[in-house]
Design a protein around this ligand. Structure first.
Ligand code: 13P
Length: 249
């Protein structure tokens, strides 16, 4: 089964609008690669200027989060309608930092995933275990539970189009990348779980990324694993190295 790779940057809370334009302009020639889907998920205030700067390139500008309502009295939140109107296609949902610092539960993640699909946005759905959970030997059980809840009431057609990012929390921003075996094992288990919820065709089509301290050095090994369809990259997506990660082959 050959799935198109998807390499996404998650800028997190970095870059002012001015810096965002500069970074897009710097990276534009470095990430040119028509064989891979390239996404820069940027802070909401940077979406429009980054999109302007990326015009005519292969870069998709995505969002890092959105709310599960269309509009209303939700001060500070970003509506899916705003993302769609701005031309966004991809939105990260349920990143571990949002779960840890902003109280996002699996149920909230599910509401956001359903809302994203209602507006034809492609969610990049994050999952992943803590170091304690890994040491307790419950990684796969835990990630399967996250996936099962995130996909509740999601149709097979929607699931086929979605992207999952497996990001072990202990590997995020720590410089401690998972081994290719660890990453492949969990991504394969996620694919099995999707196959159980839906069917083999859905499991074959869904794209699963690895995230957590991906660098230009580790990308090739990780992305060539049979169940790893690209990466979700934090720190290294803010540097020229991101070009090497996109062109990992
Ligand atoms: P790092 O690549 O900085 O470890 O971050 C990974 C991540 O959280 C991407 O969403």
């Amino acid at each position: 089964m050959s799935r198109r790779k998807i390499v996404a940057g998650n800028w997190k809370m970095n870059m002012t609008p001015t810096q965002a334009v500069e970074l897009v302009n710097t990276l534009k020639p470095l990430v040119a690669n028509d064989e891979v889907d390239v996404v820069f998920c940027v802070p909401a205030i940077n979406i429009i200027p980054a999109m302007e700067a990326a015009k005519g390139s292969n870069i998709n500008i995505g969002a890092e989060n959105m709310y599960f309502e269309d509009s209303g009295a939700f001060t500070g939140e970003i509506s899916p309608l705003m993302l769609v109107d701005a031309g966004v296609k991809y939105v990260i949902i349920g990143h571990s930092e949002r779960r840890e610092y902003f109280g996002e539960t699996d149920e909230i993640v599910n509401k956001k995933v359903l809302k994203a699909f209602a507006h034809n946005l492609t969610p990049i759905i994050c999952c992943g275990e803590t170091l304690t959970q890994r040491e307790q030997g419950i990684t796969i059980d835990f990630v399967r539970q996250q996936i099962k809840i995130a996909f509740q009431n999601v149709t097979a057609e929607q699931a086929k189009a979605s992207v999952i990012a497996y990001e072990p929390i202990w590997a995020i921003g720590t410089g401690k990348v998972a081994t290719t075996e660890q990453a492949q094992e969990v991504c394969a288990a996620i694919r099995v779980c999707i196959g159980e919820i839906y069917d083999q065709a859905t499991a074959d089509l869904i794209r699963i990324q690895y995230g957590g301290s991906v660098t230009a050095d580790s990308a090739a090994d990780l992305f060539s694993q049979s169940d790893i369809d690209g990466g979700l990259v934090g720190g290294a997506s803010l540097k020229p190295d991101f070009g090497k990660i996109v062109n990992y082959k």
